[in-house]
Design a binder for this molecule. Structure first.
Ligand code: NAD
Ligand code: DAU
Length: 336
């Protein structure tokens, strides 16, 4: 089987490529990634020499490039991770999210249809469902009510994927996962930002009252879920992915501070994110009962291991933080 993974140099994509290339030595993997600020080939160092792995730098919006790639590598399956993924950036620059997330997905689906791809997996997010009150969970039947330009663009992509199944009969699955954490996450996202700032003795910026709730899943458990959907997902179906680990943001920040032995005085409440969704929580029952998925990590074991990874790989995030990201960070937090 020849599999095209897009966005495989980002956080989840690179964890997935590392996981799959090792697990399936009989499959060939092509990783197509534009290497935006979030793409990092350092994440793939340990498999770059593998004979079943090939990297191509390029844009999923480029129809000709995607067509050539699919023909030259006899691609059977596409798994689309490529996206602009950070909500705060979508608030200041929605256009780039529509381009990468909506137009990019449409190009991939179109080429997949023309080239008779056997299966297309769209990696989506629980954020397409909008926000929850204090009770309840997102199921696959929850209406889509995205609130940010990021989640709207992901919802647009999901609807296109659905339409290509309904209209052209394409074999499509959509996965909607909750917040991921783990190794190789870009330090603009809550957990790696807080760990790295705490280690640098910098303020820990908590939005609003810090009581927004996210449902956390270790990235490796997300990878195993996508692996299952790839092999067993029923055509046209959506699968929610989550491990019932709801935490308030302030809980997360305090856990990180206490694990590192840092000072709680670093906590700095800042202006809230515009349109900030209050609570996400996934009901993963369909995935667990129909496909037999079970997560390997508890939040307690996963967060400890993750904090240790950032301690052991300080040079990885220090290199990122000293580059272009610094300009974004300054604009986001210090120029306000
Ligand atoms: P990320 O920002 O870390 O990585 C995105 C990758 O996509 C980068 O390597 C980037 O270079 C690449 N990319 C962006 N635009 C591209 C384009 N036009 N062509 C080719 N490559 C392009 O994102 P992530 O956190 O790893 O998320 C991966 C996917 O999973 C996204 O689709 C996201 O919506 C989804 N998701 C993320 C989470 C989460 O908690 N991070 C949860 C659920 C779903
Ligand atoms: O739910 C899945 C989604 O999770 C993915 O689709 C997105 O790609 C991913 O970025 C993530 O979105 P969030 O907005 O939930 O993640 P983020 O890490 O940006 O923020 C998590 C929570 O922490 C959110 O309530 C905002 C808050 N926060 C975030 C940052 C960066 C802060 O309080 N301070 C911060 O500095």
């Amino acid at each position: 089987m020849n599999i095209l993974i897009t966005g495989g140099a980002g956080f989840i994509g690179s964890n997935f490529v590392n996981y799959m290339v090792r697990k399936y030595s009989n499959y060939n993997f092509v990783n197509l990634d534009l290497l935006t600020y979030a793409g990092n080939l350092e994440n793939l160092k340990s498999i770059e020499e593998a004979t079943n792995y090939h990297f191509i730098k390029g844009d999923i919006c480029d129809n000709q490039l995607v067509t050539n790639l699919i023909q030259n590598h006899s691609i059977d399956i596409i798994i689309n991770f490529a996206a602009e993924s950070h909500v705060d950036r979508s608030i200041t620059d929605p256009g780039s999210f529509v381009r990468a997330n909506v137009v990019g997905t449409q190009v991939l689906l179109d080429v997949a249809r023309q080239e008779n791809i056997k299966k297309y997996v769209q990696v989506s997010t629980d954020e397409v469902y909008g926000t929850l009150g204090e009770e309840g969970f997102f199921t696959e039947d929850t209406p889509l009510q995205p609130n940010s330009p990021y989640s709207s663009s992901k919802a647009g992509a999901d609807l296109l994927a659905r339409a290509y199944h309904e209209t052209y009969g394409m074999n499509v699955n959509i996965t909607r996962c909750s917040n991921n954490y783990g190794p190789l996450q870009f330090p603009e996202k809550l957990i790696p930002l807080m760990i790295s700032n705490a280690l640098e003795g910098k303020p820990l910026p908590v939005y609003g009252d810090g009581k927004n709730v996210r449902d956390w899943l270790h990235v490796e458990d997300h990878c195993s879920a996508i692996d299952l959907v790839l092999h067993k997902g029923v055509s046209g179906e959506v699968y929610n992915v989550g491990g019932h680990n709801e935490k308030t943001n302030i809980d997360i920040v305090e856990t990180i501070i206490d694990t590192l032995g840092a000072s709680r005085e670093l906590i700095t409440y800042v202006e809230d994110r515009l349109g900030h969704d209050r609570r996400y929580a996934i009901d993963p029952e369909k995935l667990t009962t129909k496909l037999g998925w079970t997560p390997k990590y508890t939040f307690e074991s996963g967060i400890k291991e993750t904090i240790q990874w950032y301690l052991d790989n300080r040079s990885w995030w220090e290199r990122i933080k000293s580059g272009d990201y610094m300009n974004y960070y300054k604009k986001q937090y210090q120029d306000k």
